[in-house]
Design a protein around this ligand. Structure first.
Ligand code: 5RP
Length: 232
């Protein structure tokens, strides 16, 4: 995300987190799993922010050595502020990772990416031995797409092509994600745009169908990932 968004979010996490009590409870549960020597992939969003705070407390209390692999600059800043060493995915492989989600269906398929970090989040999850998804009860849906569109990260040069191709799928709406200040589009950390796509139907191949369009970098569908849902 752009710096303005990241700084807005960093402030947001310290003040107005929705369902904070439930998110904090699940953050404590994941922090209890941390062992000395672990390399841990750290997701983005408010739940992951609370989890990294709890993990930092445990690390300090038990004098553990861990390495965090952040999925965004925002998370890297939080780790630095909390004194947790970080490594990049090109230098280390996570033993396990944790992350939040926007929607979880009954088969534990996910929509992620309200924070726009789904590209790095998917790379870290796919590289991890085990993935914990930390959610409060508001995230469970009967069908993916019930509450949120699917974010699609697109190279700026391909935005019209991708829009045209996505319109040929079973969609209801496509919107270019705008920055909080509405003074321009959200730019991801990789310099790309985000299209928020509202589908009439999301199927088992929708994740791959989107990624097959030239110019699509990644999307926020996580279908059939071997995740363990951690909820309260
Ligand atoms: C960011 C994400 C987040 O994990 C997702 O948006 C959930 O956020 P929160 O924990 O704030 O509810 O996918 O790209």
């Amino acid at each position: 995300m752009g710096w303005k968004n990241r700084l807005a979010n960093e402030t947001q996490w310290t003040s107005e987190i929705s369902n904070r009590e439930a998110k904090e409870a699940v953050a404590k549960r994941v922090a209890a799993l941390v062992k000395d020597g672990d390399t841990i992939g750290v997701g983005s969003g408010s739940t992951s922010f609370l989890a990294i705070e709890q993990i930092a407390k445990v690390v300090k209390e038990k004098r553990l050595n861990i390495t965090a692999i952040p999925t965004s600059h925002e998370v890297a800043l939080s780790c630095a502020r909390l004194g947790l060493p970080t490594a990049s995915l090109s230098a280390a492989r996570p033993d396990w990772c944790f992350d939040g989600a926007d929607e979880v269906d009954p088969e534990f398929n996910l929509i992620k990416g309200r924070g726009g970090a789904m590209f790095a989040e998917k790379l870290v999850m796919a590289s991890s031995g085990k993935a914990y998804i930390l959610v409060d009860g508001s995230k469970f849906v009967e069908k993916l797409g019930a509450k949120f569109p699917v974010p699609v990260e697109v190279d700026p040069r391909a935005v019209h092509l991708v829009e045209t191709k996505v319109m040929e799928m079973d969609v209801n709406d496509i919107a270019l994600r705008m920055a909080v200040e509405k003074d321009g589009p959200v730019i991801t950390e990789a310099g790309n745009l985000i299209l928020d796509v509202t589908f009439n139907h999301i199927g088992m191949t929708t994740e791959q169908d989107l990624n097959a369009i030239p110019g699509v970098i990644e999307n926020g569908l996580f279908i059939n990932y071997p995740v363990e849902i951690m909820s309260v």
